[in-house]
Design a binder for this molecule. Structure first.
Ligand code: BG6
Length: 492
């Protein structure tokens, strides 16, 4: 049985028939139930406004749950218990009177039962939902969970945040960045601050540069409408990659409390150097995939995907060099790279350490002398430290080679299933722990930095550089790093 206790709650899921709810949220709640992490009295309300009977919608949710959890992981007893918690409620999110039924159900559950309202809806309606919750007397003590994207720039994100803040205080607002719920991302904190070996080296004296790659094999497919308005900078860099950068770059927090961690992350975001107009061409690369191959099959380009607009200049790839203006990181570039339709799905951070200060080996081997710490977030989660040793053999002299000290999480901790990010995040909302959620000032600092890039691109009018689907992005992303005398790790 689990060693943590979770209070009962009424979990109201707005947008319950949407893709995110069906693909991620219901399966995550089901897994929590299976792990004994939902209180017996916890109820789940599926809220949506699609026509059809409640029973039809519940059957649809069940079918999707079976599909996304997978037959192997479905346990009949857990499923029965889970479905017994579930109620469907037809609500037009914009109509105040539709919230009365929700208020009645909440009342039935008892006043001490906390309401958690999860908004899996467009951010444009967050304010209206909050207002209607408040009018129905449902705001007091309620926690609200906001999905990304919160706005599309600093100004629009402020509007959303301000609208929510009229009804809910910051300590009851949980902004999701699902990367923070990934086990390996949480491990970054343990790795950095529970190992003095690393923490003493974690600065510009010992680290030469850092790479963060988040590559996806999939293209845009059915999501063109949403994605084309966003692009890879807004969709991935503004949130996931900058959050990873913060966890790597932040100073040690005073403790593990949500605010201590978030205070340190905000400092990093505020210390990011703005990118100059000239830097826009040397430090940043935007790409868009054209037709190519994925897993041996021909795939269309971004502009040929279903429902596409053939004129779009939205980027599906970004590589950039970010610099952090503080004592710890002065002169240490952070190279970020993310794209759709890459050769493989891969999220990885590589910390490149500097060469030893006094070099005594053969001059021709000098270039390969550097330790690297490779943190693989997905797939094959694990950590590997590349160290230099001598080649074995009487004929080898002092020839050096680089080899890994390896920790592969799935092999080492074989019995443990790696939970999905949303399981962790939903659990932490129920426990009232804001550690893994993004504070308003973090979102705003991240937007501020991204806005200057978006404005620069708009001004220059340059089209994104084409790259073939199934490749690692435009050639200029290689030039971006070779210009500094470096290359992407693994030569990929
Ligand atoms: C989402 C983006 O936030 O993250 C998607 O909107 C992207 O475009 C997804 O595909 C990637 O998440 P993961 O967990 O599969 O790496």
């Amino acid at each position: 049985m689990p060693s943590i206790t979770v209070e009962p709650c009424t979990f109201a899921l707005f947008g319950a028939l949407g893709d995110l709810a069906l693909r991620k949220l219901f399966p995550a709640l089901y897994q929590l139930d299976g792990a004994g992490l939902l209180h017996d009295d916890t109820r789940i309300l599926a809220l949506a406004r699609e026509p059809g009977s409640d029973q039809q919608h519940l059957s649809f949710i069940e079918a999707q749950l079976r599909k996304y959890v997978g037959a192997k992981e479905i346990d009949a007893a857990v499923l029965e218990r889970f479905l017994a918690r579930l109620t469907y409620l037809h609500v037009d999110f914009l109509k105040a009177e539709d919230y009365l039924a929700l208020a009645e159900l909440a009342e039935l559950a008892g006043r001490e039962q906390r309401l958690i309202a999860y908004f899996a809806t467009p951010a444009a309606v967050y304010g209206a939902i909050c207002e209607n919750l408040s009018k129905a007397g449902l705001a007091e003590n309620t926690r609200v969970v906001l999905e990304k994207p919160i706005g599309s720039d600093l100004e629009s994100s402020r509007k959303v945040n301000d609208a929510v803040a009229q009804f809910f205080p910051e300590n009851r607002i949980y902004r999701i960045d699902h990367y923070l719920g990934k086990e390996t991302v949480q491990n970054l904190i343990a790795l950095r601050f529970a190992n003095s070996l690393f923490e003493t080296q974690w600065n510009q004296n010992y680290i030469s540069h850092v790479e963060i790659t988040v590559a996806e094999k999939v293209g845009i497919e059915g999501r063109w409408g949403y994605f084309d308005k966003a692009g890879q900078l807004r969709d991935m860099i503004q949130n996931h990659l900058l959050q990873l950068l913060c966890l790597i770059a932040m100073d040690p927090p005073a403790d593990l409390s949500a605010d201590s961690i978030r205070d340190e992350k905000v400092k990093v975001l505020k210390a990011l150097a703005p990118i100059s107009p000239e830097g826009l061409t040397t430090q940043v690369v935007r790409g868009q995939y054209i037709a190519g191959h994925s897993e041996g099959k021909a795939v269309p380009g971004y502009l040929e995907e279903e429902n596409s607009n053939t004129q779009s200049d939205t980027e599906t790839f970004v590589a950039l060099r970010a610099d952090i203006r503080n004592w710890r990181w002065a002169g240490v570039p952070f190279y970020l790279r993310t794209g759709k339709r890459m050769p493989q799905k891969l999220s990885q951070i590589v910390i490149h350490f500097k060469e030893p200060s006094h070099y005594i080996f053969a001059p021709e081997q000098r270039l390969q002398i550097s330790n690297k710490l490779i943190i693989r977030l997905q797939p094959d989660e694990g950590i590997s430290l590349r160290v230099m040793t001598k080649e074995q053999g009487l004929d080898k002299g002092m020839q050096l080679r680089s080899g890994p000290l390896q920790l592969n999480f799935s092999d080492t901790y074989r019995s443990a299933r790696i939970p999905d990010a949303y399981e962790r995040l939903l659990l932490e909302v129920m426990r009232g722990n804001q550690n893994l959620f993004v504070r308003k000032d973090e979102i705003e600092a991240a937007w501020k930095w991204c806005d200057q890039l978006i404005a620069g691109w708009k001004k220059s009018g340059d089209a994104p550089k084409p790259y073939a689907a199934g490749s690692w992005g435009p050639m200029s992303s290689i030039a971006l790093i070779t210009r500094d005398g470096r290359s992407w790790y693994g030569d990929i």
